[in-house]
Design a protein around this ligand. Structure first.
Ligand code: NAP
Ligand code: MG
Length: 486
């Protein structure tokens, strides 16, 4: 029982070489944001030497894993996916206890992660190369894709299962061993996933999980000379540091960073359905999603009606512990995150925005009532910075050109949305918006086999998910083959 194994750990440990290795440093507690009395096992506050041990273990495993026929690597991923399915409910409960999201969302996240993994395991049978016509008689020229090498994976807390699986799946299919540094808030889900990989038959050392602080474990991993590439998901600030550190040795990075995603509401037969789409994309995971809609840019003529409907919807959302089946919005991941969000709302009001949602009571703890700020202007802090909470800002515009100008006036470029009855408006928006993904007539829900990523401050390197991630985790090699010495 792998998940039970993690919950019953008597001594905090990292998972290195398919074994529990007790940490040298002190213990870091893992907290349930909805229930301070819920006792979760702590994890090691690891030191650089534990990162070194994990990288050594991965380096030892690299040759054998690379030489394992790719379809057989896919078979291990298939077994892993089956085990995740068998343990789906325990994993979902663990995720909700670690980071707070409603249990229904945790269950949905496991389902989503398994679909991403299904695509990744198939990639092991699709590591195609090309044959290229040769100028030399009888010579065969072809390209093949081999593993990038030992990979560092650094993940955030908002998707405790999807974030690690989105990296581990394609990395393992491509033949790369991985050292994973999960977010300090959600290490237990990552450890549980690693034990399931062991149970699926993954050889020792191919996946290693080192817990601890980003500034110590993450930074040392990113700077490690034996790490060929780093796949990082997290904030833009940390992404900058990692890119600089990895570039020093000409390593490669795949960065999935923050967003300030805009939804332009131009026109719709039924604004109520627009509101449904916006709300679910804005408040899922309490707004702590990189692709959360955070700016609504609306035509002046329909703005009052749209704001009235969104406000009604937001005021009715139930807020409480994620394990309570009746609630729609769980706690934020911790008190600091709640205070940050509250601070943004205060700044928004100070700078002239209007709060349309009622001031209502929420349970004690890191909860924040879903909030709508109207009459926001592009220069306000709440229109520019990622809030990462259930707070929606509304900006009013007079036409599609102004909407595109406002939407593109951002340091970020992850996802965007346009709602319109007019195909030419929707197409113009999709053409001119400067984001990695654009959604027409629905919220920012991505699919588990489709390239996912951002531009500008939202990302760098190959998009994750789908075939583009395989490009990141493989290196191209060109082979010239003469059947005999000419
Ligand atoms: P974060 O503070 O950047 O942390 C992300 C990870 O990086 C954590 O594991 C963190 O460790 C580690 N880290 C921190 N400092 C580091 C350093 N100097 N060197 C190496 N690693 C370091 O982000 P977060 O607060 O966890 O997550 C929220 C952010 O992630 C948001 O900006 C969100 O938009 C973004 N995100 C983006 C996507 C996407 O696909 N584009 C998806 C999800 C989230 P600790 O354990 O110490 O925190
Ligand atoms: Mg953090």
């Amino acid at each position: 029982m792998s998940i039970q194994e993690v919950l019953e750990l008597s001594d905090p440990a990292n998972f290195i070489d398919n074994r529990w290795q007790p940490g040298a440093g002190p213990t870091r507690p893992v907290r349930n944001p909805a229930d301070p009395a819920d006792l979760l096992p702590g994890v090691p506050d690891s030191t650089p030497s534990e990162v070194d041990a994990a990288v050594e273990s991965a380096t030892r495993a690299a040759r054998h894993w690379a030489a394992t026929p790719a379809p057989q690597r896919g078979d291990v991923l298939r077994r892993w996916n089956e085990l995740i399915g068998e343990h789906a409910e325990e994993l979902a409960v663990l995720m909700t206890r670690e980071m707070g999201k409603p249990l229904a969302e945790s269950r949905g996240e496991i389902g989503r992660a398994r679909l991403e993994l299904e695509y990744a395991m198939g990639e092991a049978t699709r590591l195609h190369g090309a044959t290229i016509p040769s100028r030399m008689p009888e010579q065969l020229v072809y390209t093949q894709r081999g593993p990038l090498g030992v990979v560092g994976a650094i993940t955030p807390w908002n998707f405790p299962a999807v974030a690690p699986i989105r990296k581990l799946g394609p990395a393992l299919a491509a033949g790369c061993p991985v050292v994973l540094k999960p977010a300090e808030e959600t290490p237990l889900t990552a450890l549980a996933l690693a034990t399931l990989l062991r149970d699926a038959g993954l050889p020792d050392g191919v996946v290693n999980v080192v817990c601890g602080r980003g500034s110590v474990v993450g930074a040392h991993l990113a700077a490690h000379p034996k790490i060929a590439g780093v796949s990082f998901t997290g904030s833009t600030t940390v992404g900058h540091e990692i890119a600089a550190s990895v570039a020093r040795r000409l390593g490669v990075v795949q960065l999935e960073l923050g967003g300030k995603n805009a939804a332009y509401v131009h026109s719709a037969d039924d604004l109520g359905r627009v509101v449904e789409q916006i709300t679910s994309a804005a408040v899922q995971t309490s707004g702590q999603r990189c692709t959360a809609i955070s700016r609504v840019i609306v035509q002046n003529e329909i703005a009052d009606e749209l704001v009235r409907l969104i406000t009604e919807k937001y005021a009715a959302l139930t807020v409480g512990p994620g394990l309570d089946a009746a609630i729609q919005v769980g706690p934020l991941v911790n008190e600091q995150q709640r205070d940050r969000v509250a601070d943004y709302v205060r700044k928004g009001l100070e700078q002239g925005a209007t709060r349309t949602t009622p001031n209502r009571a929420v349970p004690n703890g890191p909860y924040f009532a879903p909030t709508v700020l109207d009459h926001v202007t592009p220069d306000m802090v709440v229109a520019r910075e990622e809030i990462f909470g259930p707070v929606l800002t509304v900006l009013r515009v007079s036409d599609v050109d102004e909407a595109i100008t406002v939407a593109n006036d951002s340091d970020y470029g992850l996802a965007s949305v346009v709602f319109s009855r007019e195909i030419d408006v929707a197409m113009k928006f999709a053409r001119e918006i400067s984001t990695g993904m654009v959604h027409i007539n629905h919220g920012t829900i991505s699919q588990p086999h489709v390239p996912f990523g951002g531009v500008h401050g939202s990302g760098l390197g190959e998009f994750s998910i789908g075939h583009t991630s395989t490009e990141f985790f493989t290196r191209l090699k060109t082979v010239y083959l003469s059947p005999r010495i000419p």
